[in-house]
Each structure stands twice: as C-alpha cells, then as structure tokens.
Write a protein that binds this ligand. Sequence first.
Ligand code: PRP
Ligand code: HPA
Length: 177
Amino acid sequence: YESTLSDLKDKIKSYPDFPKEGIVFRDIFSVLRDPACLRNILDLMVAKIELLKWTDVDVVVGLESRGFILAPLLAVKLNAGFVPVRKKGRLPGVCKEIAYTLEYRSDVLEIQQDSIHQGQRVLIIDDLIATGGSLGATCKLLSGLNANVVGCLVLLELEQLHGSKNVEAPVESLITF
Ligand code: PRP
Ligand code: HPA
C-alpha cells in the first residue's frame, strides 16, 4: 500500500495563501476526481480500520462539509449508519452544540441529540486534521451523548500543527504533510 499512498500524496495539489495569507491549502478534490484514487482512498481507509481493529462500528460520524464525502462511503462498507455533525443552525430538533476554533476561523458545531444512543460505537471521519479543533469538539459532543468513540480517521494530517493533541480519542491518518 505504501506506493499507492505516496502516489496519492503526490497528486494532492497545494495552494499557497488560500483562503488566507500564510496557509498552504491541501486540496482533497484534486484526488477525489480521479476514479482510481477515490477507490484507493476508500480501500486504504477500510484496510486501516481493520488493521487498527476498530471493529463493530455502529455509526460513522462525518463533519460538515468535506467529512460528508468520505463518511457515508465508509459507513456502507462497514455496515454502519451515518450521522452528520453540522455547523450551527442547520439541523432540526433538539441539538447539542459546541464552540470551537480551527486553523483559520472559529465556529459552532451541532449534533442531533437523538442521533446516537448511549454506548454505540462511533468512528469519526473527516477529510483533514489541522489544529484538531473540529475533531476535538466533535469528540466532546459525542462524549456528551455517552457514545463510545472508537477513533477518528482522516485522509490528511498537517503534522506540524500537532492537532491530535487536541482530540481525546485516537487520531489516525492515511497521509501526512
Ligand atoms: C476544514 C476541514 C476540517 C477542518 C480541519 O473544514 O475540512 O473539517 O477544517 O481543521 P482543524 O483541525 O483546525 O479543526 P472547514 O470547516 O474549514 O470547511 P468545510 O465546510 O469546507 O469542510
Ligand atoms: N486544506 C484543507 N482544509 C484545511 C486546511 C488545508 O490545508 N487547513 C485547514 N483546513
């Protein structure tokens, strides 16, 4: 799998000074548009989950917006359900919310209170971890619902930001920059 991973890494386009000066933006869409890359990403994520023995996942949680791309695809592969964590004001019914900061802004995330039952095994999926603000806040939301967070898996990790330190669950990634 190492060669596939380094091929994927080479194909990820980087955009200096987007969306703000000083940020080098890694664009996952530059690889998702390639059918073989998309399939490889999914297969490698499933293989990683098996290797880590993150078994019996009941629910795959995806973070708005780019977590919504990979999470449902993985949920189907794992025979799990899909639950969204969204930016504030977009989900109906009773929600739990949490404020958080990320690499270049701050925001509020929400989850529907009845979306996860106590003790359910949850895998959290996003495209990328930068500061870990988003994944850290999501873990806190899930703890508040008494979920059992097995771990977080992302496609890309921006290593120099040490984002996993801000996340109470284990964080794994396919590719690091
Ligand atoms: C991006 C990215 C992650 C998060 C990572 O999402 O998709 O969710 O930031 O940053 P962090 O580790 O510092 O929290 P963002 O909310 O910017 O935008 P999106 O709606 O386009 O996914
Ligand atoms: N790429 C994509 N999303 C991001 C990044 C990045 O480099 N940093 C924070 N969110």
